[in-house]
Design a binder for this molecule. Structure first.
Ligand SMILES: [Zn+2]
Ligand SMILES: [Zn+2]
Length: 365
């Protein structure tokens, strides 16, 4: 790309104000628009004007261009300025047709990914989060106007934010209602921009917030904090902050909605004779009785030890203890003798003596 001096393209000084840039662009755009200029070079010239204006009219891009030259805005140019490829989108506001007129645009929504423990998700918690955000400029209070000055009502649209353009076409007269080009549809204009925010009305800062995480929240849930997103341009309303919750898995508890499941592995003799085991819950360990004669797959329900219902306060799921019985795979000599004695007593025919290795070990013992 040969022409990269955007100021020269628009014929303005490097220190030109936003208003001067806009004025220069408007004059040149009207002169070079391919619809009105039949010069074959008009389209190319118009494209250059558009590119220069897209860079110089955006405070952030202009800042990068001033610092780094064309390299600072290369990506924006290559991307066609996020889809604003044509003057009627960028300047006359066709793309902003759906936006509310007569006020500055709303700030962007933000997303914050927050990791919490399994217990915190079940019981609820409060977390402090810190994140970078474009907040309202303290110098100008968000208006974008230099302190001591005020944004003024746009003289072109009288603050309505839209203009009617009458065009003669082959089919007759057409009336187009578009966002006011002078004030970008905002109804007000900043004549003397605030120096801190270059007229944007917002600056980058870090924000700290305490977020309340309700009991029962689950992986993938989002908490919306309205007005905690990016500040709008020139005093526009702020966007929302979405806190996306991620829950670390528990080593032994599994969750299914409001129900918790714990798989308890007990021994043969424990199942037959009964015992007491420690079951982990989100509030600490709990002792649970395993009755004599408990079968594999038996479920013991600890009522109200599950997960609180997110939308029904006071309602809470259960913790299901599912009993699994571990059949030993390697027996010591004592264990085998005890089991053989049991088999004889219970009249259960069993294989002789276990595996080869055990028999060898017995001989050595
Ligand atoms: Zn400011
Ligand atoms: Zn206006």
């Amino acid at each position: 790309m040969a022409r990269t001096d955007y100021y020269a393209t628009l014929g303005v000084e490097r220190g030109a104000t936003d208003a001067e840039i806009k004025k220069a662009f408007r004059r040149l755009a009207q002169q070079w628009h391919p619809d009105v200029n039949t010069d074959p070079a008009a389209a190319e010239r118009f494209k250059e004007l558009n590119e220069a204006y897209q860079v110089l009219s955006d405070p952030d891009r202009r800042h990068r261009y001033d610092l780094f030259g064309a390299a600072g805005v290369e990506a924006d140019v290559a991307a066609g300025f996020g889809g604003f490829a044509d003057i009627f989108d960028a300047f006359f506001g066709a793309a902003a047709g759906g936006a509310r007129r007569g006020r500055p645009p709303t700030g962007s929504d933000l997303r914050y990914d927050l990791r919490i423990t399994f217990e915190e998700a079940v019981l609820g918690t409060e977390k402090e989060i810190e994140f970078p955000v474009l907040g309202r400029c303290d110098t100008c209070g968000g208006s974008g106007a230099k302190p001591g000055t005020e944004p003024t009502t746009c003289p072109q649209c009288n603050g309505r934010g839209e203009v009617r353009a009458v065009r003669q076409t082959m089919l007759g007269q057409m009336v187009n209602v578009t966002a006011c080009p002078r004030c970008r549809g905002e109804g007000r204009i900043v004549e003397t921009p605030c120096e801190t925010c270059r007229g944007e009305g917002r600056t980058e800062r870090r924000r700290t917030l305490r977020v309340s995480i309700p009991a029962g929240i689950d992986e993938g849930h989002q908490i919306r904090l309205s007005n905690e997103g990016e500040a709008g341009l020139r005093g526009g309303p702020p966007g929302s902050l979405y806190v996306a919750v991620h829950v670390t898995a528990h080593p032994s508890l599994k969750r299914d909605g409001t129900e918790l499941v714990y798989e308890a592995r007990i021994g043969l003799a424990q199942a037959a004779l009964g015992t007491r085991i420690e079951v982990p819950t989100v509030e600490g360990h709990e002792e649970v009785e395993i009755r004599a004669g408990t079968q594999p797959g038996t479920e013991i329900r600890l009522r109200g030890k599950g997960v609180p219902h997110l939308r029904r306060p006071g309602s809470r799921g259960d913790l299901h203890v599912v009993v699994d019985i571990a059949v030993p795979t390697r027996l010591s000599r004592d264990e085998r003798e005890a089991l053989q004695a049991y088999a004889r007593a219970a009249d259960e025919p069993v294989s002789e003596g276990g595996g080869l290795l055990e028999r060898v070990k017995d001989k050595l013992a």
